[in-house]
Design a protein around this ligand. Structure first.
Ligand SMILES: Nc1ncnc2c1ncn2[C@@H]1O[C@H](COP(=O)(O)OP(=O)(O)OP(=O)(O)O)[C@@H](O)[C@H]1O
Ligand SMILES: [Mg+2]
Length: 497
């Protein structure tokens, strides 16, 4: 089979999509074997033939206890597993099943898919990024690189809508809000800032709608709308359908309930729904404001606000952004496809995109407090978050004890000065000659490449010795190469449909 070229995958919380770049240079979504452009990121574990059902059939059909939704929310949790029929599945493995379906089914249209770019939320941490790359490997893919979702979307808008200048990408999906401010000038895209909120998106709106339905049902029927997870899931899906209709209609009517407590007809208006989620939407506005503040921009400095993510179809979203920026935001229409389309363009690398680093990297050091003169143990940031990459930055420290023979530098990820609130992602140790006094200069240098990979170097001035390591998150939940190989083989022989 021919080989597919320039493939991008948006592995989303609620839906995933795969796109490729056509020979004429335009990106296009490749449908799955069910004929759908968006594949629900849902896995159903069939109990009869052991088939793993992925997509709409999984979302709409089966027993909720055997159905896995929103696995992406757990990609950064090394201890999270889905327990099914005595077997434990990690978020990485579940994600690999979704990717396997896309690879298998889309390959029939594009030719064999192997090299891909996968998108991740800008605020995914090291562990979640690593887990995403591993999910790709388990599905038999070579993940050439990860790209932040808003960067991919911006590339799509820049290329297809001819948008340039200072752009704010407002991406409200199923699970997360991502805000990115970037500058597009001809072929160059410079990311100024990427911020976001985990756990703020369409599934929160679904919960709000479920509450409205439950409350109304209680009023009408004097009973609870659902009494088990299966019923709750069904009501959530009904609510989600109503939510989508309310993006087009002012009023909808839902029929809910059950045989024992009775059926209720509940009228829902767009106004009621939008008012109920106003609190969450206001939070997104505040986050947008904070993002602009961080790069010293006023709303009037932003040339275009662009919409990404299925939840931006809610009319109130465009309204609040128009109020905030004094001009209507731009929507390309296919707001839930543009991340995958941009990822495909990324795979083709038709434009030069410069990104920023997603995390601060630093080290633990004893620092004298400016006001009290007291020595305190602090996280000292060497590369601050949102520094344009590739970059390399250094800090020089002095040793604090006599006769130190081993200089150890703990590599931290996180912004907080308090060491308790940052992650230790690595350690670098350098043996130095004995018999030295305190006060020797040690320089720590971190460099960040365009693939968000980080290297650390430690240099001891007195001895001239140095050591250089790649920072690899090897903590709990990260699979060894042997594990990856074994699991890839295992996943290959399970039936995915
Ligand atoms: N017409 C619509 N009106 C309101 N919400 C919608 C509409 N269409 C889709 N959504 C919501 O959009 C969300 C899915 O959006 P999208 O596919 O962009 O998210 P995702 O990429 O899976 O999530 P994330 O980007 O957070 O990982 C769902 O919560 C869905 O209910
Ligand atoms: Mg998305």
């Amino acid at each position: 089979m021919a080989k597919a070229r320039f493939v991008g995958i948006d592995l989303g919380t609620s839906t995933s999509a795969l796109a490729h770049v056509r020979p004429d240079g335009n990106p296009e979504i490749v449908p799955n074997a069910d004929g759908e452009r968006l594949t629900p990121s849902v896995v159903f574990f069939d109990q009869f033939d052991g088939i793993k059902l992925i997509g709409s059939a999984a979302r709409d059909g089966g027993d909720p206890e055997r159905t896995v939704h929103h696995i992406k929310k757990h990609m950064d949790d090394p201890s999270y597993t889905v327990n099914m029929d005595g077997q434990k599945w990690t978020p990485t493995e579940i994600s690999a099943m979704i990717l396997s379906k896309l690879k298998k089914e889309c390959s029939k249209i594009t030719g064999e898919i192997h090299d891909v770019v996968i998108t991740v939320p800008a605020n995914f941490n090291e562990l979640a990024r690593k887990a995403t790359v591993t999910a790709g490997k388990l599905a038999g893919l070579n993940v050439m690189r990860l790209v932040n979702e808003p960067t991919a979307a911006a590339l799509f808008y820049a290329q297809t809508q001819d948008i340039s200048g200072r752009i704010l990408v407002y991406d409200l999906g199923g699970g997360t809000l991502d805000i990115t401010i970037l500058e597009v000038d001809g072929d160059n895209i410079d990311i100024l800032l990427s911020e976001g909120a985990r756990h703020l998106g369409g599934s929160d709106f679904d919960e709000v709608l479920l509450e409205i339905l439950s409350e109304e049902y209680r009023k009408q029927n004097g009973a609870e709308l659902f009494s088990n997870e299966r019923q709750r899931r069904r009501c959530l899906t009904l609510g989600e359908d109503a939510k989508k209709m309310l993006s087009k209609l002012q009023k909808v009517s839902e029929t809910v309930g059950n045989e024992s407590d009775g059926i209720a007809r509940i009228d829902l208006s767009r106004q009621t729904f939008e008012d109920a989620i106003q609190r969450l939407l206001t939070r997104t506005v505040m986050l947008v404001e904070q993002a602009c503040d961080q790069v010293d921009l006023k709303p009037t400095d932003i040339d275009h606000v662009v919409l990404v993510g299925g939840s931006t179809r809610i009319p109130r979203v465009a309204e609040i952004l128009e109020k905030q920026f004094g001009k209507p935001p731009v929507s390309c229409g296919n707001v839930d496809e543009c991340v995958a389309l941009g990822a495909a363009l990324f795979a083709q690398r038709s434009r030069r995109v410069s990104e920023v680093c997603n995390h601060s990297y630093g080290t633990i050091a004893i620092i004298e407090d400016g006001s009290t003169g007291e020595a305190v143990v602090q996280n000292s940031v060497v590369i601050p978050k949102n520094t344009p990459i590739p970059c390399s930055m250094s800090q020089t420290y002095i040793t604090s004890e006599d006769n130190e023979e081993l200089i150890e530098v703990e590599i931290t990820q996180g912004e907080d000065t308090d060491p308790r609130y940052v992650d230790i992602v690595g350690k670098i140790a350098l043996e130095v000659p004995p018999g030295r006094k305190a006060g020797c200069e040690v320089t720590v240098t971190y460099s960040y490449d365009e693939n968000q990979r980080v290297r650390a170097q430690i240099f001891d001035a007195e001895s001239g010795l140095k050591k250089d390591i790649a920072i690899e998150y090897k903590g709990e939940g990260v699979l060894s190469d042997e594990d990856v190989e074994r699991k890839t083989a295992y996943l290959k022989q399970i039936k995915i449909a």
